[in-house]
Design a protein around this ligand. Sequence first.
Ligand code: PEP
Ligand code: CO
Length: 450
Amino acid sequence: MNWKVNSWKSYVGKQMPTYNDKEKLNKVTEELSKYPPLIFAGETRSLKKKIAEVQQGNAFYLQGGDCAESFQEFNPNTIRDTFKLLLQMSVVLTYATNSPVVKLGRIAGQFAKPRSSDIEEKNGEKLPSYRGDIINSYEFSKESRDPDPSRMITAYNHSASTLNLLRAFAQGGFASLTQLSKWNLDFAENFESMKKYSEISKKIQESIKFMNACGINETNTRELRETDFYTSHEALLLPYEEAFTRIDSTTGDWYNVSSHFLWVGDRTRDPDGAHIHYLSGIKNPLGLKVGPSTNIDELKKNIDILNPENEEGRLTLIVRMGAEKIKEAFPNLLKETNSLGKNLTWICDPMHGNTVSSNSGYKTRNTSNVLSEIKNFFEIHKSQGTIAGGVHLELTGLNVTECVGGPEDIKDENLGDRYHTFCDPRLNVNQSLELCFLLADLFSNGNLSR
Ligand code: PEP
Ligand code: CO
């Protein structure tokens, strides 16, 4: 195929801003192309191998984080709390599924957003929509909404320092299994549905003691003191992605070095469009959103373009149809896709097909629909004898009120209390953990299996 690092420019690129100041855009992208990579290509190859394990049913996939990271919420405590939440969730899921969890954050680069409308209207004034902090600013004014290329440099700097901290946490002792016992377990006492966490935590501590007695400890076993954590974001703003597309000196292949994993969104998955073309040329593991309007011909084309060598771990299909729609639209799609006999990993995004507008006017999601879509996803896989790999969630380690339901039973009228998201509503700490306990229960009583 005729792929070059900039050949995406000759394809139709949806959901990208038009920068008026082309000179500034070129200056910025030229500068970015000289900046150090955020990740090393070898790390993405390890991730690919781990995703291949998910495909075989030997590991569980947990991808999660903000819908949109923001410059304003950039803060070490927020990064720590979200990382900690993902680790706590993965401990519960490891326990529940008896398998390792592959951890992928929507973090350190998740700054560009597709929007359903190009225009936002407020009090009769029409302005371009907010498209994520890497493009324009959330504030509703003409100046803020103009796309500004220099925001890409800020996004890079934020991503670099976020990833630096994540690497320190993952390898510096914060993520050690014994550290678990020191984590604040307040939530476990406050809510009935969360009491399980203390139980699981106790069982893990007993196992650690047993392993120590057998001579396996944090000093001699890396897995007990460190964790592997990977980053991902939607590959939407192609001038930015191009600046970080480099040749790996070890293999001579092209890699995107701004993130370990990149995915293409539901609105930009046109097989003839710029986004799919761009992704076809890089070697990172990739994700493709599969929404309710996906048809088998389009999906087949995308699978061929994105995984021509039928590599294991290369392509993750992220199904996001909605709790009800998945029952009609997914079984046949899965069956037809299976008949291709390709290496594919399937995970469930139970967020984006379950977004509703609340009576109070907030964009929200109900945690019961989230759980129900996951259940349906697992059941459909089970009935066809295929592997349900895991979940893709929008969540935060902060105590926000953006989704209804959960252990605190957040109601429509509570949404305004701490509604902080810059884009889609996220599960908060307790809602995210409760979801894992509910899944753990379903696994342990045999109502869910893989
Ligand atoms: C997202 O993941 O934030 C998103 C916009 O999803 P989708 O492309 O599936 O709508
Ligand atoms: Co979103």
